[in-house]
Design a protein around this ligand. Structure first.
Ligand code: C5P
Length: 193
């Protein structure tokens, strides 16, 4: 079976948790596409070359989840040639046999416009900053500033800006428990299967 679930949304809205849970519930493979951009940013040097030569070891680095790696990812992700270098890999993953969940910023709009299910997972900037802060610690006000700055860069860039696909189902997790958010996402998948 070929079946793609595209899950987009801003940082710390719950995309990763929801994507992993949906993949597990339906036995689909999962690709966290943010990790690709994080690995390109963390690799240093020429970002286009880094994207063209990305290896499994680059994706296994243990410093990819930091705030700095997120900011570096968002800067290299604005470069059209970096994005172009990562398209084929993501599309092949999406159409692999057995079903796939991809989470990112442009999955429903650019990478998989024909995805069977498109979700846009969001939450208020304050709720997302609190979650990041609980996870990573540091200064809350700085975490909030970085969340807002990254949203603006991701939504404002010319190349594949973050936005909900027209037909995407929006799930706002601001007032949902993790279990409720996962249930909402699984219900959409079940409807389309
Ligand atoms: O989702 P995550 O926070 O890991 O993504 C890191 C950065 O990578 C995002 O802020 C965004 O700039 C970029 N990204 C993207 N397109 C994707 C996934 C991530 O531009 N599909």
């Amino acid at each position: 079976m070929i079946f793609t679930v595209a899950i987009d949304g801003p940082a710390a809205a719950g995309k990763g948790t929801i994507s992993r849970a949906v993949a597990e519930a339906f036995g689909f493979a999962h690709l966290d596409t943010g990790a690709l951009y994080r690995a390109v940013g963390a690799k240093g040097g020429d970002p286009v070359q880094a994207a063209q030569t990305l290896s499994p070891e680059d994706l296994a680095r243990d410093d990819l989840r930091t705030l700095e790696a997120g900011q570096a990812a968002s800067r290299v992700a604005a470069l059209p040639d970096v994005r172009a270098a990562l398209v084929d890999f993501q599309r092949r993953f999406a159409r692999r046999e057995g079903g796939a969940v991809l989470d990112g910023r442009d999955i429903g709009t650019v990478i998989c416009p024909d995805a069977e299910v498109k979700l846009f997972v969001t939450a208020s900037a304050e709720v997302r900053a609190k979650r990041r802060w609980a996870e990573l610690g540091g200064d809350y006000d700085q975490v909030l500033r970085e969340v807002i700055e990254r949203d603006m860069r991701d939504a404002g860039r010319a190349s594949a800006p973050m936005r909900a696909a027209d037909e995407a189902v929006v799930i706002d997790t601001s007032d949902l428990s993790i279990a409720e958010a996962i249930a909402a996402a699984c219900a959409e998948v079940r409807r389309a299967l």
